[in-house]
Design a protein around this ligand. Structure first.
Ligand SMILES: [Fe+2]
Length: 417
């Protein structure tokens, strides 16, 4: 999959220092904006108009909706407040393409996004072009004294769009997995290869460690405040859990042994009839999995994907070990002791998604971005192969509900000494 090479500006390095000539700063944001917007279209270009309207479950959104929603985000949070000359492209679109921002006004029901055949894909392309032109005009013309605030908002819009680039992929894979003909998103797609080398566990430095983002460069609000956490004596797996190890779990009746499961997890296994990870199915008596390249035999050496928190937790119990906490993972990542911390599969941690000590969500609609979801979800760390380049960060906190498994989610184990 094509990856976006982000400019240093968009990588979160200081961009608005007074010493840098404003023309250079504007230029950096032009490039970053065009790169990210083009990456969304490059990912959508694998899909037909019909592919782009389907919504296979309430949690997933149509590609067309993603393309329009990220555009609405720039319109709503950048152009309307910061460009008095801007004119809304279509007064009906904010209702259709607002996701969950209650303070930004009423919105269409999420489970019914797939029913919206009009505006069609071309209309959404027109919307994107209208907003692109307006954002580029603003980047080029914003007065110097307002530049920092405006470019800060451009950056949030770009980071937001990158999050949706990954969702666009996970959502269409879920849709294709419902299709008995096993369509490929990209027939040339190949699974990411894990780092080779000795397996086993590596020590994580014990003691009090700083956790979270220190404020230099970009981060989302949920990565702050920077604070201390105590790390016990423990070790973390150098590698991600593989499909081969998961097959051992299946063959040892992991999915039918209630003692391995959390109560809610066991209930989910029963009600969903889980016998294997998401997208796995037997064909000619061999396990296959639905991938972006279509249905493929399960590769024993590849890291596991599409497991829920419940499954990750049960597997850890089966292996006689644990999932790391998010702080343990972050300390290990800073110590650079893990292989494939980034770029293959998000890794479930045993940490509930909670505010860091002293966290306060921002005022206004953008305060709804992360803070209101801090209950009943679990944190994932790292990134996946579908995460756009430059979007990953050692402090990044992804979060999903414990039964979710349509994302590229795997795990690594931890053990305590
Ligand atoms: Fe969004």
């Amino acid at each position: 999959m094509a990856r976006t090479a982000m400019s240093p500006a968009a990588r979160g390095e200081p961009t608005n220092e007074p010493k840098r000539p404003i023309a250079e700063v504007r230029d950096g944001w032009f490039r970053a904006f065009r790169q990210v917007r083009a990456e969304t279209e490059a990912r959508a270009a694998h899909l037909s108009a019909e592919d782009q309207i389907v919504q296979s479950m309430a949690d997933a959104s149509p590609t067309k909706w993603h393309r329009a929603h990220v555009t609405w985000f720039f319109e709503q949070f950048l152009l309307v407040p910061h460009d008095p000359a801007y004119r809304i492209f279509d007064e009906r679109f904010p209702f259709l393409f607002n996701s969950y921002y209650v303070a930004a006004g009423p919105r269409h029901a999420r489970p019914q996004r797939g029913l919206i055949t009009r505006p069609n894909g071309e209309d959404v392309s027109g919307y994107r072009a209208h907003v692109d032109a307006a954002v580029e005009r603003l980047i080029g013309q914003v007065p110097v004294e307002e530049a920092e605030r405006v470019f800060g908002m451009v950056e949030i819009g770009l980071r937001h769009e990158q999050q949706h680039q990954e969702l666009l992929i996970t959502d269409i894979l879920h849709a294709f997995a419902q299709n008995p003909t096993d369509p490929a998103y990209d027939s040339k797609w190949r699974a990411p290869r894990a780092t080779q080398g000795p397996r086993g566990y590596v020590e994580v430095p014990a003691g009090i460690h700083p956790i979270g983002h220190d404020g230099r460069g970009f981060c989302f609000d949920n990565e702050t405040p920077f604070h201390d956490e105590l790390i016990s004596h423990m070790r973390i797996a150098r590698h991600l859990v593989t499909n081969g190890e998961w097959l051992e779990f299946i063959e040892a009746r992991g999915y039918t042994t209630p003692a391995l499961w959390l109560s809610d997890g066991w209930t989910t296994v029963q009600t969903e009839g889980w016998q294997a990870p998401g997208y796995w199915r037997k064909k000619d008596d061999t396990w296959h999995m639905m991938t972006l390249g279509g249905l493929m035999p399960v590769d024993r050496a590849a890291p596991i994907q599409h497991v829920s928190y419940y499954e990750a937790d049960a597997f850890a119990r089966f292996a006689g070990n644990h999932l790391p906490s998010e702080a343990e993972w972050e300390v290990a990542a800073r110590a650079n002791v893990m292989a494939d911390a980034f770029g293959i599969a998000w890794q479930w941690t045993r940490s509930a998604y909670l505010p860091y000590p002293g966290y306060r969500a921002a005022e206004g609609a953008l305060g709804e971005y992360n803070g209101k979801f801090m209950v009943n979800q679990m944190v994932l760390r790292g990134s996946s192969f579908a995460t756009p380049e430059g979007h990953e960060r050692v402090t990044y906190r992804n979060f999903f509900y414990p039964p979710a498994r349509w994302q590229f989610t795997g795990l690594r184990l931890a053990e305590f000494m």
